[in-house]
Design a protein around this ligand. Sequence first.
Ligand code: NAD
Ligand code: LMR
Length: 339
Amino acid sequence: PVSFSARASTRRQTAASRSTMSVTAGFKVAVLGAAGGIGQPLSMLMKMNPLVSELALYDIANTPGVAADLGHLNTPSKVTGYVGDDELEAALTGCALVIIPAGVPRKPGMTRDDLFAINAGIVKTLCEGVAKYCPDAIVNIISNPVNSTVPIAAEVFKAAGTFDPAKVMGVTTLDVVRSDAFVAELKGLDMKDVDVPVIGGHAGITILPLLSQTTPSVEFSDEEVEALTVRIQNAGTEVVEAKAGAGSATLSMAYAAARMGESCLRGLNGEADIYECSFVASSVTDLPYFSTKCKLGPNGVEEVMGMGEITEYEAGWLEKLKPELTGSIEKGIKFAAGE
Ligand code: NAD
Ligand code: LMR
């Protein structure tokens, strides 16, 4: 089986050390929205992950076919398909990790916030299921707008008395993957060596790549910093426009979510020094949720890292993003309260 290196941020591993990664536990993982554009390739990548013992595929339609298809991969995990509300309990029971890409994607001309009307309710309902059937699971939320769906999930868990801020994570890994790729491409560096932390949220100007903290250390001109920052902020839209009505990023998202999922499982498995950027409950700024690098461990987020030293340019973006991100967070909280 292929293991993602889950080459999270500051950690550097050699191929040799990766190949000796020992699997001490097998985890049940559910993908909610498993028959979708992200759900299918993500489920395939999770089926290839040696840390997964059971993969539960849940959707409102088509999961039996996807499960039958993936069930023929000769990797050790068992795959099961579940359809509709009545089968949510069976899909979720016993899960250590629940990954949620359920919901509608953007079409050209839409913002992620335009998806709120449909996706907020989907995430709320699915998280009510998580609270009931696997309250201890780590939840990775992909459904947009992430800046609002993460607060919705947290409010659902608070209402159910199951909220653990260490276990609710908005998936922003695609922003990191894109940043790493764009910087490596521009500077002619080896893709696997480059790491750019991305902070803030996951929509337009709330996405803030900290190019000054790129490793290995890279010199950028002011023009390069501006062009890269704006491209990373608009990268989702770049894909939406190229797909011209057929949806948004699915394959790169599946890749990024599989990396995030694997990092969570490696943390659960007791591996040291696992870091990923994620949109989580945070006291790094005055906003209640914020994405920075997080240290992952046996209980989920072990430590929300700070943002480190940022440049004046980055500080300017940080001030600009705060009102929009605050608004999106508040919108999610109000929705969950039924307001
Ligand atoms: P898609 O339409 O191809 O798939 C969505 C799937 O969700 C479908 O199979 C649908 O049946 C399912 N679904 C709908 N309601 C459901 C429910 N109540 N329970 C279970 N499943 C349900 O869409 P996609 O391209 O896979 O995108 C999914 C979501 O991910 C969108 O909201 C998109 O904006 C978001 N997304 C987020 C990121 C990120 O970086 N966080 C990146 C790309 C896409
Ligand atoms: C992305 O960044 O690709 C996703 O959030 C999907 C989108 O709507 O852009």
